[in-house]
Design a protein around this ligand. Structure first.
Ligand code: UD1
Ligand code: CA
Length: 450
């Protein structure tokens, strides 16, 4: 029986654990993602809540995938198609199991049984609304399980305000004997601050067999996975528990306040990753980056900047203040994107600049281009998006509208306020001005009356 273990992991311990994990039995993963998440409101299921470029359910999957499990099962409900689409990049490694009705977490895991038929070893259970878990934490839990005689080990945490979580009930000797859900807990039990994180390890195949005997006799009429603990206790079997020292690694979200907290923690982790990798982020407090953003060391992000989706930023780039880069933006070395500029699906070549009040969408911009203040690529005709091409060394005058599709040749210029209409092609070195924009004559021809 493993009692309360708190944070005391030394490097030495990590070394031992690695050796043991290599020798231990196979690992399988089940992520429960079939709940309705009604407490959050909104049309989409809670597990698809976008968290910095990745839906909530993909975060625990990503953490678990690094442990190289033999099987990854995601239990899905009536939103299966949407969850499958959101996890499309992982569909080769993930198996989906249906839970026709959301009858509770115990029932959800039972629905994974078929997908795990014949599997032996350990099953790591994760919840799709607990996105903060990371590989080191999961490895520690597996190690605790491997060292324990228990067939079931859960991860707990201590919270100042445990409201909403299942409370961990221990006997006088400190052994875990039950988990009481908020709705079922007595007043005394509600004062317990140690709670269930929703992360478990079960031995297979026997760990799943007991799920069949879970009832629904509780305040919510649900099949609680947490009742496995009480059943094991009644059968005289030990239950393992690892108390994780940092709730910021295991919090879930059931309402908007908790969601904002979880978002904030993930945001800081993403920023820390880039800071450690050598990116200068002048004000992390006002910088928002998706996990899918790639930034080379030596780039600089100025305050009030938001970068979403698959974006890559090369060394020497300066982005911001007040810049918004969206999916498909590529900034090559030394590009500068400034105040109130929005860019999406656009490649900006080395050393090019768009520093003020500009929208660039579906554009291919060469090197050393100057995009003047107030430039707009009008990429959408109401039905389709079209491409704007601007070659190396072009100079786009302030207030130019480039209606796509259009092309600006190498070294070409547009005059301030020019409206370059759809289908226009500015040859290399030409200057176009006016509304609609036309080539500027090399020499002005005097009128006959002059
Ligand atoms: C659950 C735990 C609680 C724990 C908390 C940690 C149970 C009974 N309670 O409560 O002890 O403190 O998580 O965050 O397990 N799901 C399904 N099918 C269902 C119901 C839920 O797949 O029928 C999935 C949900 O999509 C979600 C996860 O299971 O990802 C947890 O469900 P939720 O309803 O949020 O459980 P909690 O009330 O938070
Ligand atoms: Ca929850």
């Amino acid at each position: 029986m493993l009692g309360l273990i708190c944070d005391s992991l030394t490097p030495f311990f990590y070394g031992v654990r690695e050796a043991r994990l290599n020798m231990t039995s196979a690992l399988h993963i089940a992520v429960l993602a079939a709940g309705e998440g009604t407490r959050l409101g909104g049309a989409q299921p809670k597990v698809l809540t976008p968290l910095w470029g990745r839906p909530s359910v993909a975060w625990p999957l990503e953490a678990a995938a690094s442990l190289e499990p033999s099987t990854q099962v995601v239990v899905v409900g009536r939103h299966r198609a949407a969850v499958e689409a959101a996890l499309a990049e992982r569909n080769d490694s993930v198996v989906f199991a249906d839970q026709a009705e959301p009858l509770g977490t115990g029932h959800a895991l039972l629905c994974a049984k078929q997908a795990l038929a014949g599997a032996t070893g350990r099953l790591l259970v994760l919840y799709g609304d607990c996105p903060l878990v990371h590989p080191a934490l999961l490895e520690s839990l597996l190690e605790a399980h491997d060292r324990s005689p228990a067939a079931l080990t859960l991860l707990t945490m201590e919270l100042d305000d445990p409201t909403g979580y299942g409370r961990v009930v221990r006997d006088d000797a400190g052994h875990v004997v039950a988990i009481m859900e908020q709705a079922d807990a007595t007043v005394d039990e509600q004062s317990i601050c140690e709670v269930n994180t929703g992360i478990w390890v079960l031995d297979l195949p026997q760990g799943l067999d007991r799920l069949e005997s879970l009832g629904r006799d509780n305040a919510q009429g649900e099949v609680y996975l947490t009742d496995l603990v009480g059943l094991a206790t009644q059968a005289g079997e030990p239950v393992g528990a690892l108390c994780w020292h940092d709730p910021e690694d295991v919090l879930g979200f059931n309402d908007h306040t908790e969601l904002a907290l979880v978002r904030g923690i993930l945001r800081e982790r993403i920023l820390a990753h880039h800071l450690e990798a050598g990116v200068e982020i002048v004000d992390p407090g006002s910088t928002f980056l998706d996990v899918t953003v790639e930034i080379e060391a030596g780039a600089q992000l100025l305050p009030c900047t938001m970068i979403e989706g698959h974006v890559s930023i090369a060394k020497g780039c300066v982005v911001g203040p007040f810049a918004h880069l969206r999916d498909g933006t590529v900034l090559e070395a030394g590009a500068e994107i400034g105040n109130f500029t929005e860019i999406k699906k656009t490649r900006v070549g080395a050393g090019s600049k768009a520093k003020h009040l500009t929208y660039l969408g579906n554009a291919e911009i060469g090197a050393k281009v100057n995009v003047g203040c107030g430039t707009i690529t009008a990429n959408y005709d109401g039905k389709h998006k079209h491409t704007t091409k601007i070659a190396d060394g072009a100079f786009i005058g302030s207030g130019t509208v480039l209606v796509a599709p259009s092309e600006v040749g190498e070294g070409s210029r547009t005059g301030a306020g020019a409206i370059v209409t759809a289908g226009s092609k500015l040859s290399a070195g030409e200057t176009w001005i006016g509304v609609p924009a036309r080539p500027l004559q090399a020499k002005r021809v005097p009128r006959p009356t002059e």
